[in-house]
Design a protein around this ligand. Structure first.
Ligand SMILES: *Cc1c(COP(=O)(O)O)cnc(C)c1O
Length: 456
């Protein structure tokens, strides 16, 4: 059969409140045209993020009931630890409430004034934690990774030559080498096993620890199986184990490929660093056998880690994004290709080329998707990155709109509906107008700023 069906039945439903376009115009006004300011009850299809928004399985909900809330030595921790070690056999596993807490701990171990941390692309919380420690975050993704139309199979790969040149010049300032799989800030594009091994070899040549930010390790392994020569017949757990075999540790947001609504961890082999990390964990998150989580969360993650490497799940997951990308491409909507693992990216600057980048074509498209269809997406462009440290404003390198797909949450008819909303926008595109920012905070303005639509 060529139809890839959702490999699950629905056991509990969460109703969506249906609204009209007229309702949504009113909601937009109240939210100052900032989709972050909308109550989620006013959203039909919420594609703001894939983080923590997925549906848990009946087995995960059952595991919640077996959660043991003992302060120390809970069996929930041992089940969680075994599930992590089954895929990533690190010596020490420290649970945290989210990925960023693991990153803060990692930087407490390795960061500091004047240091430099290379990565394919630092995710924004990773960058913030590196910089908060006083270190400099450097990105070395391959050139194809920055070109929306380039169909390279592993657009998340690190540029190995650039990394080698950088290490030759700066290795004394480098405390560790990092790699993010998939490359979230670069569109959820995968990294090949060959590239992971090449990065490991560079780190080893300089005797530097190598850590993977593994938030989407299962989606990355699925792309390796599909696209990397010699990997097609291997199991996903085997590919995952290979990805981590040459690393010294990892950070993880379990809100992604942990299939949980909350959680994360830091895992590592170095005994002395682990000792230091445990002290940090106790001070900031909690006792090492629960970290920042309840016992029931740890049990849900233990089950989620078994489910996320299921090939039927991964085929459905990745196929549903590719389907939307293909349909949008056929409509003439400029999309980032090939489709990434967790989101669909639209090049709003190219599509709404009658709107000046300083009037936020990405925000204009995000607002139009909400107005026409109740879809909440996220601008990743001049609204998010345009404000400079000196207070001036510059266009971002790109004005993208991200439609992030929650895991196991929406169905094929939702995908078809999303495409239909784009069809409608294709019809009204020439009449879409840019926006002006009326009020903004000093930092991270995209979350709370207020917009005003332009009239001309
Ligand atoms: C989400 C994410 C993080 C941060 O994790 P949180 O759980 O949101 O704190 C770090 N790195 C990447 C690649 C992510 O996608």
């Amino acid at each position: 059969m060529k139809t890839i069906i959702e490999p699950f039945r629905i056991k509990a439903v969460e109703p969506i409140t249906l609204t009209t376009e007229e309702d949504r115009r009113g909601f937009l006004k109240k939210a100052h045209h900032n989709l972050f300011l909308l109550p989620s009850s006013q959203v039909l299809i919420d594609l703001l993020t894939d983080s923590g928004t997925g549906a848990m399985s009946s087995a995960q909900w059952a595991a919640i009931m077996t959660g043991d809330e003992s302060y120390a030595g809970s069996p929930s921790f041992y089940r969680f630890e075994a599930a992590v070690k089954n895929l990533m056999p690190f010596k020490h596993v420290l649970p945290t409430h989210q990925g960023r807490a693991a990153e803060a701990m990692l930087m407490a171990l390795y960061g500091g004034e004047g240091k430099m941390v290379p990565n394919n692309t630092h995710f924004d919380t990773t960058r913030a934690n590196v910089e908060a420690s006083g270190a400099i975050a450097q990105d070395f993704v391959i050139a194809a990774g920055l070109d929306p139309a380039n169909e390279h199979p592993f657009k998340g790969n690190m540029d190995i030559d650039a990394l080698k040149t950088f290490m030759a010049a700066n290795h004394e300032r480098v405390p560790l080498v990092m790699l993010t799989i998939t490359n979230n800030a670069g569109g959820g594009q995968p990294v090949s096993l060959e590239n992971i091994r090449a990065v490991a070899a560079v780190a080893r040549a300089y005797a530097k620890p190598f850590y993977i930010d593994g938030c989407r390790f299962a989606e990355n392994a699925w792309f390796i199986k599909l696209r990397e020569p010699g990997q097609a017949d291997r199991s996903i757990p085997d590919i995952v184990r290979d990805c981590f075999a040459e690393t010294d540790g990892m950070t993880m947001s379990a809100k992604k490929d942990g299939l949980g609504n909350i959680g994360g961890w830091l895992a590592l082999n170095d005994d002395a660093k682990a000792e230091q990390a445990r002290a940090h964990l106790i001070r900031t998150e909690g006792f090492p056998t629960y970290g920042g989580l309840a016992g029931r969360d740890l049990d849900a993650l233990a089950v989620g880690l078994e489910e996320v490497v299921d090939e039927n799940y991964l085929a459905y997951r990745v196929r549903s994004n590719a389907y939307i990308v293909e349909r949008l491409d056929a409509l003439g909507v400029p999309v980032v290709k090939p489709a990434g693992g967790h989101a669909v990216f639209v090049d709003a600057r190219a599509w709404l080329n009658h709107i000046d980048p300083m009037h936020y074509p990405g925000q204009a498209l995000a607002v139009a998707l909400y107005e026409a269809g109740g879809i909440r997406s996220c601008e990743i462009g001049t609204v998010m990155f345009g404000r400079q440290k000196d207070g001036t404003e510059q266009r971002a390198p790109m004005d993208l709109v991200r439609l992030a797909m929650p895991r196991r949450t929406y169905t094929q008819s939702h995908a078809d509906y999303i495409v239909e909303v784009f069809e409608e926008i294709t019809r009204r595109k020439a009449s879409l107008k840019g926006l002006r920012i009326r009020k903004e905070p000093a930092m991270l303005r995209h979350f709370t700023c207020e917009f005003e639509p332009m009239t001309a």
